[in-house]
Design a binder for this molecule. Structure first.
Ligand code: ACO
Length: 324
């Protein structure tokens, strides 16, 4: 028997305000046609004053706990993936811990930008497998809009805000690919690509928050190659073929990246969960938001095999195979 992490529930939260491409076109020199053709994005949710990474994360976490029928007192680990913490320190996860009334265990943030949720899932999974925790909350939450330069049309049209959460519980099992739970995680980083996609501020350099800067074409080129590689890595490590995958739940950066990656893997369009059209790129929140949508509407069912993949600044890239 081996210990494995079972996802026992999920939840999500989006800011109230929905901003369409038409709304953006009133502010910056862009058009609905350009954004839809290049990215597949039609609208995104943008946090208003008072909506923060922690408030979105809290709503997502509460929903995940409710659906798992697990009380906050059982949570002994909180891992929050975010690029947009409420404050430079302490970790936003500790704020969440306090708001949930949890007075034990540990809570910390993980920073891997758009790959953050899969990195956080891997961290929590390893803690559970090693017996250092029994029940974990893993959250991806962002107010990415606060990092945007609203005069830069090449970046400001791409991103949105939101949060998604899952509850993980340590269970014993035979360790086969047919057992429910997190089957594998694969993580990578390549810091030589630091300036392809970055924020030009920070406490140690400019003492400002800074804005997102990106070489879009280079990011696109790397994304398709690395996402298909890391997905193949997950498939090979579990000794299966891509046709066994019931659902691809990709990071939602750009429809063209998702489509090109799925084609390389041979996964048909009807098995891809897509939210990029309505959420834009919500960085670490995009995978749990998509997962929550497909679980809530009944597409993802108990026993389904789910492949998650993501890439982000660093570069970082990651995949996880999960039996729901
Ligand atoms: N509206 C209208 N025109 C625009 C806009 C806009 N919002 N943005 C750029 N343009 C113009 C450019 O100025 C350029 O005009 P020019 O030819 O007169 O110079 C023209 O459109 C083409 O610009 P490109 O940058 O060459 O456009 P491209 O086809 O590369 O598309 C895009 C840009 C959509 C950003 C693409 O490169 C891309 O998707 N890259 C991946 C980036 C990404 O997804 N990043 C997210 C984070 S990383 C991740 O999560 C994987």
């Amino acid at each position: 028997m081996i210990t494995r992490s079972l996802i026992v529930g999920c939840g999500a939260s989006l800011p109230q305000r929905r901003v369409t491409n038409f709304d953006l076109a009133k502010r910056v020199d862009t058009s609905d046609d350009w954004v839809v053709q290049r990215t597949g994005i039609r609208s995104r949710h943008i946090a208003s004053e008072g909506e923060t990474t922690s408030s979105l994360a809290l709503a997502a976490a509460r929903q995940a706990l409710e659906r798992s029928a697990i009380g906050p007192e059982s949570i002994d680990l909180i891992v929050l993936a975010t690029t947009t913490p409420d404050h430079t320190f302490p970790a936003t996860a500790t704020r969440l811990q306090a708001e949930l009334g949890i007075r034990h265990g540990m809570a910390f943030d993980v920073q891997a930008v758009c790959s953050g949720f899969v990195f956080a899932l891997a961290v929590a999974d390893n803690f559970l497998r090693l017996g250092q925790a029994r029940t974990a909350l893993v959250i991806g939450a962002e107010t990415f809009s606060r990092l945007l330069d609203w005069t830069d049309r090449t970046t400001c049209v791409l991103f949105g805000d939101g949060a998604g959460a899952v509850v993980l519980q340590a269970v014993e099992g035979a360790g086969s690919v047919d057992d429910r739970g997190v089957l594998s995680t694969h993580l990578h980083s390549d810091g030589t690509q630091y300036h392809q996609l970055w924020v030009d501020g920070g406490p140690s350099t400019t003492q400002t928050t800074g804005h997102v800067r990106m070489h879009g074409k280079e990011v696109f080129r790397h994304a398709v190659t690395r996402l298909s590689q890391v997905a193949e890595e997950a498939i090979a490590a579990n000794g299966i073929n891509a046709d066994r995958i019931d659902w691809l739940v990709p990071h939602q950066a750009n429809f063209r990246i998702i489509d090109a990656t799925a084609r390389k893997l041979g996964i048909p369009a009807e098995r891809i969960v897509l939210t990029v059209d309505r959420h834009g790129n919500t960085s670490a929140a995009s995978i749990p938001l998509a997962l929550n949508e497909a679980v809530t509407d009944g597409r993802i069912k108990r026993g389904d095999l789910i492949l998650m993949e993501a890439m982000g600044g660093g570069f970082t890239w990651a995949s996880s195979l999960v039996r729901w």
